[in-house]
Design a protein around this ligand. Sequence first.
Ligand code: SAM
Ligand code: DTB
Ligand code: SF4
Length: 337
Amino acid sequence: MIRHTWTRAEIENLYDQPLMDLLLNAQQVHREYFDANTVQVSTLLSIKTGRCPEDCKYCSQSAHYDTNLEIEKRIEVEKAIAEAKQAKASGSTRFCMGAAWRNPHERDMPYVLELIQEVKKLGLETCMTLGMLNASQAIRLKEAGLDYYNHNLDTSREYYPNVISTRSYDDRLETLEQVRAAGINVCSGGIVGLGETKQDRIGLLHELATMPIHPQSVPINMLVPIEGTPLANVEKLDVIDWIRTIAVARIIMPKSYIRLSAGRESLSDSDQALAFMAGANSIFSGDKLLTTPNTGEGKDRALFRKLGIQAEAPKPDVKATAINAMAANTSVIADGA
Ligand code: SAM
Ligand code: DTB
Ligand code: SF4
């Protein structure tokens, strides 16, 4: 049953269960809605890197900190398309494009709309994360064919002011509202390991699970410490707390894809196997996230083989888009999708 009425106390009770009970509970819920041996694979690309005006204390891309990052202006559409083709060839079904903006300016809109249209033609699902959106921008993204918009709450409402001061929690909820209203699937989650308490992780989960519609996709990032940021030296979170967060997310948002996002590189195969057991069913593949290293395709392929996991096949409507584009004699290379 899908509930939107979870209380913090209920979520805390789930979180505090003995681990084996929690894992069993999560795995049972997972199997009601998903094939437990299938994991969705997405690829990330940074389309504009660095000099972000926001002050997120974890981020390599914030202009407020000296993180020694290589700055990159908007990348060419052709370059993004080449990356998307590569992602598709390596088995990804969704291509997520991220820009270090507070929000897209009007002058950026033709560029992002073209990216969506071109990536869609390849038969990939599209996802973007561009900062705050207004209603008109959300509608135009939807019309161009955007499938998902990523905008995270990051942490609990209480802990949030310790992490970001340049945009409010309500600003974030407002953007999510515009995305939902435009009919785009919502991708929203957070980061663990920011120095938050268990109550903050519960607060984040509560906020997500009491939305009018659960986010279709819930990324759980584990902090990747970035030298030069205020959170560079925060104490590492115990991996079991990461697992508990994933398992509770699975139980309270049963139909959502729970994505292992940043931080996988530092985790062992057995940690990740536990995360899949806890109901995670999506990953970012490739050598790079936006600016930090990721596990890499070869290692992921070996892990999937070892665990008997298969990558989720493209959704039928995405296949149809690619086939229609081919029939219309565009330059799409759909390699049998
Ligand atoms: N600028 C856009 C925004 O914030 O909406 C999109 C890109 S931003 C990098 C997307 C998300 O990545 C953040 O909300 C945060 O949850 C996650 N993230 C960024 N840097 C991270 C880090 N060092 N470790 C873990 N997660 C991180
Ligand atoms: C999300 O929640 N995680 C991804 C995606 N959404 C855009 C980004 C992770 C970024 C990790 C740090 C970096 O590579 O810069
Ligand atoms: Fe900018 Fe996004 Fe990084 Fe925050 S997380 S500083 S908004 S790129």
